[in-house]
Ligand binder design. Structure first.
Ligand code: IMP
Length: 431
């Protein structure tokens, strides 16, 4: 049975949650492998909105297992909050549906405090992080002083780890001019309690996935954020602190790369970005505002208005390269209805020269001016369209042009927020 990875091809918020939710019906296990509650999926199921930050949307499908891999950083209070919220809605009735890796790292109070204090200290040069403690938690992981789920579920061990780490965390907060009055006893008590709530889900996730694969079950890997936010391959340093690209689906979950059959990239029909960093196709005019309003481009996690712009074919080609996409899903095509013309960046102008590959250096990228191709728009509403042939000719030509520019075939088009508002052209689980 195929194992499929779904990756954001832009700066995050591409509508991965919806595509993953749609594909979940064909998979047995949904896996998160990086990021934390900096992500956020707004799902509309039967007209009702549900926002999840950590638990895969697959939890809404009875019988599906959701695995939080070792590569994820977990805020245990957010995790417990999501579990409670789901249960209150009558979802997630079977405890076996959720597996949390014992090796996943835990976001502690000092991580959040350091994240916020650092951003404040950076002033205008801030990264625009989500303030959830993501970066400092990954730093502690790499510095080999992190606290993992296996520590959280063992109070004595947790107390030791907190005692070891707290003095240097306090010192850093003092240096940053932030409040450093973290109460060791209170933290241990609060987190040990959260550990007790999560203990029943904690397991060797790599082994769980291995057994699922051996049992012929299909895995769906759900990327968080997007390719341009990858710590190695994104617009560094305006990135998140994990690898968001497809290769990390293996490392962040404990399977071998040979188990992955298909990698699907998700892109909006235009583009958005939250936080700082270069963004050549950004529209700071009325058109950008119109995209923001029609597309409801406000962060699911922070509520911040997203920066908006035209589709950038260079960014997409780059994403196709570093992820190895073999399919592309285009989301929010309906948002473009009513725009008389639609632009696509097909090259950049850099120091008087035309370049066709995205420069890796952000200072160079910041100097790039997009070279646009203009395509005709359409006026028909798309939300009722369920088949490729039902799309207006100009909408079809637009999607076909994007696919040609990126060099990857389109496997799906999304025309509205609801699960049903999708045209699936090629099902990666049925190949
Ligand atoms: P962090 O992940 O909170 O450290 O933030 C680093 C950068 O990644 C900031 O520019 C955030 O706005 C961005 N970011 C993090 N998570 C997401 C996401 O899920 N969607 C879009 N941008 C994100």
């Amino acid at each position: 049975m195929p194992n499929v990875v779904v990756i954001g091809a832009q700066w995050g918020d591409e509508g991965k949650g919806k595509v993953v939710d749609l594909l979940t019906q064909f998979a047995d296990v949904v896996v998160r492998f990086q990021g934390g509650n900096n992500a956020g999926h707004t799902l509309v199921v039967g007209g009702e909105k549900t926002i999840l930050h950590l638990i895969p949307a697959g939890i809404l499908h009875p019988g599906k297992t959701c695995v939080i891999g070792n590569g994820v950083v977990i805020d245990p209070s957010v995790m417990v909050g999501e579990i409670d919220k789901l249960k209150a809605k009558g979802a997630f009735q079977d405890e076996r549906q959720l597996v949390i890796s014992l090796d996943a790292h835990v976001i502690m109070p000092w991580h959040k405090a350091i994240d916020l204090a650092r951003e404040q200290a950076l002033g205008d040069g801030k990264l625009g992080t989500t303030g959830r403690g993501i970066g400092p938690t990954y730093e502690d992981k790499v510095a080999r002083r992190g606290i993992r789920i296996r520590d959280l579920v063992d109070e004595a061990r947790l107390a030791r780890r907190v005692a070891e780490r707290l003095p240097s965390a306090r010192e850093e907060l003092r240096r940053l001019g932030a409040a450093s009055d973290l109460d060791e006893g209170a933290i241990v008590r609060q987190y040990a309690e959260l550990g007790r709530r999560l203990a029943r889900y904690a397991a060797d996730a790599s082994l769980v996935l291995h057994q699922a694969i051996r049992g012929g079950r299909s895995l769906l890997f759900e990327g968080a954020q997007g390719t341009m936010l990858d710590v190695d391959h994104g617009t560094y340093p305006f990135v998140t602190s994990s690898n968001t690209v497809a290769g990390n689906a293996a490392t962040g979950s404990g399977i071998g790369p040979t188990e992955i059959d298909t990698v699907i990239g998700i892109s909006k029909a235009y583009s958005t970005r939250v936080g700082g960093g270069p963004y050549p196709t950004e529209l700071k005019d009325d058109i950008g505002e119109k995209l923001r309003q029609i597309g409801h481009e406000f962060g699911a996690t922070t509520g911040r208005p997203r920066r908006t712009g035209w589709f950038d074919a260079l960014a997409l080609r780059y994403a196709a390269r570093v992820n190895g996409f073999d399919g592309l899903a285009i989301t929010k095509l309906d948002v473009l209805t009513g725009f008389p013309e639609i632009k696509v960046a097909v090259a950049y102008r850099l120091r008087g020269k035309v370049v066709e590959e995205m420069p890796c250096d952000i200072e160079e990228l910041g100097r790039c001016e997009p070279v646009y191709e203009t395509l005709p728009g359409w006026t028909e509403k798309l939300d009722g369209v369920r088949a490729w042939g039902g799309l207006p000719q100009n909408a079809r030509s637009y999607v076909e042009r994007l696919a040609k520019l990126v060099g990857v075939k389109v496997m799906g088009v999304s025309v509205g927020a609801d699960r049903g508002e999708t045209i699936l052209l090629d099902n990666p689980f049925k190949r």
